[in-house]
Design a binder for this molecule. Structure first.
Ligand code: SF4
Ligand code: SF4
Length: 67
């Protein structure tokens, strides 16, 4: 599992970027993106996200474009 950011809910506040102890989150066009290889599932990002945009899911190589 790793953190995953729902792009429809993310408003680019970068709170999660600063909260992540692994530097696993980066901004990409005003939206946060998690690098699943760095994520240790500490849930810090989920705690600070005011938008409820962060969820957890299984790591899969095939990343489907949703929405
Ligand atoms: S804390 Fe939430 S709303 Fe803010 S950048 Fe991260 S995912 Fe987006
Ligand atoms: S769960 Fe922890 S390590 Fe993973 S992206 Fe969120 S803050 Fe970073």
């Amino acid at each position: 599992m790793s953190a995953y950011i729902l792009e429809k809910l993310c408003r680019g506040c970068q709170r999660c970027v600063h909260a992540c102890p692994q530097n696993a989150i980066q901004m990409l066009s005003h939206m946060a993106i998690v690098n699943p290889r760095l994520c240790i599932e500490c849930e810090e990002c989920m705690e600070v996200c005011m938008q409820g945009a962060i969820t957890f899911r299984e790591n899969r190589e095939e990343v489907s474009t949703h929405g």
